[in-house]
Design a protein around this ligand. Sequence first.
Ligand SMILES: [Zn+2]
Length: 127
Amino acid sequence: MTTNESTSTGATVPSFAERAAAFARAQGRPPFVSADLAGTPMRVREELVRWHGPVDEVGGGEWVDPGRTVIEVPGRTWPAARPEDCADESHRGIWFDADGREVPDVWAPGAPAPIVLLCPRCGLDCT
Ligand SMILES: [Zn+2]
């Protein structure tokens, strides 16, 4: 150890995105690139999602890219605590704009630009 190296208290902890990217690389997959939420009130929930939806007979729900996760939207509580417990069968997402507001019809004249498409029950990023 050199004098420049820090001990356990000063170690740099990789970010969630870095850890997810490393996990994806270890599986031979390209890392997931999430929507850029900088400047919006929305936040990424920094938890790896193992699958989405009910477990099927094979033993897992819908495949989720490592790093694809829940987006927290201010003022909105997702009915499902986590994607692994999600029972959404609509297969329709909800679009949100940069202010974290729902965009009911992205094709309507004057509709704000949607930036993320989220599962209506668990908030999983489906963009
Ligand atoms: Zn869901």
